[in-house]
Design a protein around this ligand. Structure first.
Ligand code: ZN
Ligand code: ZN
Length: 730
């Protein structure tokens, strides 16, 4: 194609589609994938050139980009292609995905400008006269006025990234007679060390005052030199790889140390991109992978940008691997495999922006690059097409499980049997974790004697009890189904009741009453007691929510007790069962070597997740669960989108949800639309929340989502939703 005027499609890290600009004046060479500085709403922003187009058809209204930040592309065509495909898959503007994956894209800028030589200084508005005198720092000038000049084409600008470096103190000369004894001592130490991080560091090493070191600098014996930032490397030893069949696409089973050895084998095969759900987990692995380059949100934005620069120019060193969180998905290097660790972990679901579920993106990245995609986890995710993938299972001993049937046991929230177990912990001077679900936001109704509980006939989810006066209504928070609460169990005519889930406070009191001699430590996302005595091996109880999964390992852990295990099953969410199943298996790994007893107080001892534990096979549960998902057309059979409508006035939110449902009703097939329904927590932060769900293939959903009418309430879109509770973040 012959280009008339070449224009750039520039994506900014904002929830927008790419915008068109003319190239910066005087910039040569390939522009695709490069970072450019462009005027946007009166200020300068940094974006990426994601495409080129014929600018002639756009007319002359296009503005020029101001500058390129470096002479080479940040993203290669393969990364740009991935970015476009990802945005389509997520029903999100490309800029949202860019912002999610490169939140460090925009550096601090050094910006200088002057009046274009030859232009008349008379054009300069009041306050900008100094631009006629030569180069000026842009800071301090009114950006609106600058933009006015820029648009008039009379401004010459230089924009550069401020690249921070670290300063290192090095010796320049040998000590001589002109030095004081202290100065000589400090300089000799600097010669021995080769370098010092700061003046203070050297002064401390030498046991002299800062003034002595400053004297060395002033007299030219030592000086600061600048070095580029460095990714901190972790000292460690590589693990002996555990063999696995080369064609395996999913590797499961085993214990954590064994899975690490499998990972060691995977990484040894060649450059690998390994994704982790959380930074803490990534860091725990690093000591076993000295060749891995870590990349995650705890590294400073400057350092992350520098890694990008390095990879964009030089690629990854031979035999290396990148261990990253989702922020590594766009790193420009040629990997031979993508590995996702714990692919079912909910932490992979981004809470804002495009709200991507990262393993889907990782699989897309691998597919577009034509390399194998491998998952590595104890419990596979149903949504990783687990049953279709060639799997390899590391042998696993069945965990130690003790089920306490709460329809028979006495005592609530602690049964007599549970108190016995806790007493044994105390006698043997061991430690226990007591775990509760913090999800008792509304009650379910269940039978006191049989396994009946109130369920939605259409969604296979527990119905929620809403009290209105003395009578109760049962409501499904997914599809809006509503019925009267029965006075007796429809199955066996016994009494029905609503067990209230004990919270952390209640449990702490109950534990104090039952085992007063065992110290109790609280551990939730909000409140963490100091754990030093437990970590030193003292007996005690760690009482908390699922935050305990991220707590340090208790050395003497002997028991994990869930007083109301079913509380974890009460999400208004079709994944509740799968999530509970994964949680139970995670709890069996709370200690890397010990095998603590897992004691579950449950009203549903026959639950398939419990059976899977007893049989020692995580996949039994998944096979059952998949049948259910198929019957209801839930993921992985179909994809889902949640459309959330919220407003401070309940009728406005409700009407907007009904209107949007009416819009879809004219185009959907039966089963493709669920709702509208009030969210499980119908009012959050003063906002009333309603939602609709769409089910279908990606292509079908794209069709349904076209030309959405404007909504009268706030509309947020959540692809592949993982939570049906609460308000989506912006
Ligand atoms: Zn019953
Ligand atoms: Zn329902």
């Amino acid at each position: 194609m012959v280009w008339g005027v070449q224009a750039l499609r520039v994506a900014l890290p904002l929830p927008l589609e790419p915008m068109s600009y003319l190239p910066p004046h005087g910039v040569e060479g390939e522009l695709l994938g490069r970072r450019v500085v462009v005027p946007w709403r009166g200020e300068l922003r940094v974006g990426v050139v994601v495409g080129l187009e014929d600018g002639a058809r756009k007319g002359f209204a296009l503005r020029h980009a101001v500058a390129c930040l470096e002479p080479y592309p940040w993203l290669r065509p393969q990364e740009l292609h991935f970015l476009e495909c990802a945005a389509q898959e997520l029903f999100a503007p490309l800029g949202s995905v860019l912002d999610d994956l490169l939140p460090f894209l925009e550096p601090a800028l050094r910006h200088r400008l002057r009046l274009l030589p030859g232009a008349l200084s008379a054009v300069l508005p009041a306050g900008l006269e100094s631009l006629a005198e030569g180069w000026q720092e842009a800071r301090g000038f009114d950006p609106k006025l600058l933009d006015y000049l820029r648009e008039g084409g009379v401004l010459e600008e230089v924009v550069e990234e401020q690249r921070p470096t670290r300063q290192i103190l090095v010796p320049l000369k040998a000590p001589d007679g002109a030095l004081t004894p202290k100065g000589r001592l400090a300089l000799e130490i600097l010669h021995t060390l080769g370098r010092a991080e700061s003046m203070t560091a050297l002064a401390q090493q030498a046991g002299v005052g800062n003034g002595v070191v400053k004297g060395l600098l002033d007299k030219g014996y030592a000086a600061f030199v600048e070095l580029p930032l460095e990714v901190p490397r972790v000292e460690g030893r590589a693990l002996e790889p555990l063999p696995f069949p080369p064609e395996a696409q999913r590797i499961g089973g085993g214990r954590w140390p064994e899975r690490l050895r499998v990972l060691s084998g995977l990484v040894r095969e060649g450059p690998t991109l390994v994704l982790f759900p959380e930074v803490a987990q990534l860091k725990r692995c690093l000591p076993h992978f000295p060749q891995a380059l870590p990349f995650h949100g705890e590294l400073s934005p400057e350092l992350r940008r520098q890694v990008f620069h390095q990879l964009a120019r030089e690629g990854l060193p031979q035999g290396g691997a990148v261990f990253s969180t989702y922020q590594g998905l766009l790193l420009p290097f040629d990997f031979r495999r993508v590995v996702v660790v714990e692919e079912g972990n909910d932490a992979y679901k981004l809470s804002g922006g495009s709200r991507a579920f990262v393993p889907y993106l990782a699989e897309l990245r691998a597919k577009l690059a034509g390399v194998p995609y491998t998952t590595l986890s104890l419990v596979p995710s149903l949504e990783a097409e687990w049953e279709l993938r060639r799997s390899h299972t590391v042998p696993l001993a069945p965990p130690r499980v003790h089920l306490l049937d709460m329809r028979r046991e006495r005592g609530w929230p602690l049964s007599g049997a549970a108190v016995n177990l806790l007493q044994q912990v105390a006698e043997k001077r061991r430690q226990a974790v007591v775990l509760v679900a913090r999800r008792g936001y509304s009650a379910v109704l269940r039978c006191k004697h049989c396994d009946w509980k109130a369920m939605c006939p259409d969604c296979a989810l527990p119905l929620r009890l809403h009290r209105a006066g003395r009578a109760g209504r049962l409501l499904c928070h997914q599809c809006g189904h509503e019925e009267k609460a029965p006075p007796l169990c429809p199955q066996c005519r016994s009494e029905v009741f609503e067990p209230k889930g004990p919270g952390v406070e209640w449990l702490l009191e109950a534990l104090e009453a039952a085992v007063p001699f065992l110290p109790r430590y609280r551990y939730t996302a909000e409140e963490k007691d100091r754990l030093e005595p437990l970590l030193a091996g003292e007996p005690g109880l760690l009482v908390g929510t699922t935050a305990v999964l991220r707590a340090p390992t208790l050395p003497e852990l002997a028991l994990v007790l869930l007083p109301y295990a079913d509380g974890f099953l009460l999400d208004s969410d079709f994944r509740a069962g799968e999530r509970y199943h994964r949680l139970l298996w995670q709890l069996t790994e709370l200690h890397p070597r010990r095998r603590p007893l897992l004691a579950l107080q449950s009203f549903e001892p026959a639950h398939p997740a419990h059976q899977a534990l007893q049989q020692g096979d995580p996949e039994t549960f998944l096979r059952n669960e998949l049948l259910l998902r198929r019957a209801l057309d839930y993921p992985p059979v179909q994809r889902m989108i949640k459309l959330e409508l919220s407003h401070s006035k309940e009728p406005v939110a409700r009407d907007a949800a009904v209107q949007l449902a009416d819009f879809f009703r004219s185009r959907v097939q039966p089963g493709e639309l669920l709702g509208p329904a009030p969210a499980p927590v119908p009012k959050v932060r003063g906002q009333y929340v309603f939602h609709l769900l769409l089910k279908g293939s990606t292509a079908r959903l794209q069709e349904l989502m076209q030309n959405l009418p404007p909504a009268k309430a706030r509309l947020r879109i959540d692809p592949d939703p993982h939570s049906f509770v609460g308000l989506l973040e912006d």
